[in-house]
Design a protein around this ligand. Structure first.
Ligand SMILES: [Zn+2]
Length: 124
């Protein structure tokens, strides 16, 4: 029997329905990671230092909207955006996420990009 593939590891659950909409998320404390895991492609961490040996830094920019958890100490982001927001792959503008649509336009640069609801987009 094959185990399910874990795409994202989060060090905690984030409140609200938006976090529940992310696919393939395992919640485990950062201290449970002793080395990089081949089955984890993304790590969601808030206000915790991450040892560099656990990370693989990818030099290429994404081609899709990145879905990012709201920082716990965010002060310049409307509360109406909820617990996650998107970052434009072209101009790095931040935007709220509404319905789970496959793509959306950027109001700053005008580009239309898919939304990385899962990290599969980074593997293309
Ligand atoms: Zn943009």
């Amino acid at each position: 029997m094959l185990a399910a593939v874990v795409k994202i590891l989060a060090t905690r659950r984030y409140p609200g329905p938006a976090f529940d909409q992310l696919e393939d998320v395992e919640v485990a404390p950062l201290s449970s990671l002793e080395s990089p895991r081949d089955d984890v492609e993304g790590l969601i961490v808030a206000n915790e230092p991450v040892p560099l040996e656990l990370l693989q830094v990818v030099p290429a920019r994404p081609q899709v909207w990145s879905v990012v958890p709201r920082p716990l100490d965010a002060v310049d982001m409307p509360l109406s955006w909820g617990n996650i927001y998107a970052v434009c792959p072209n101009c790095c503008a931040r935007a709220p996420l509404g319905q789970r649509v496959p793509s959306m336009p950027c109001t700053r640069c005008g580009g239309e990009f898919e939304i990385a609801w899962s990290l599969d987009h980074y593997l293309a």
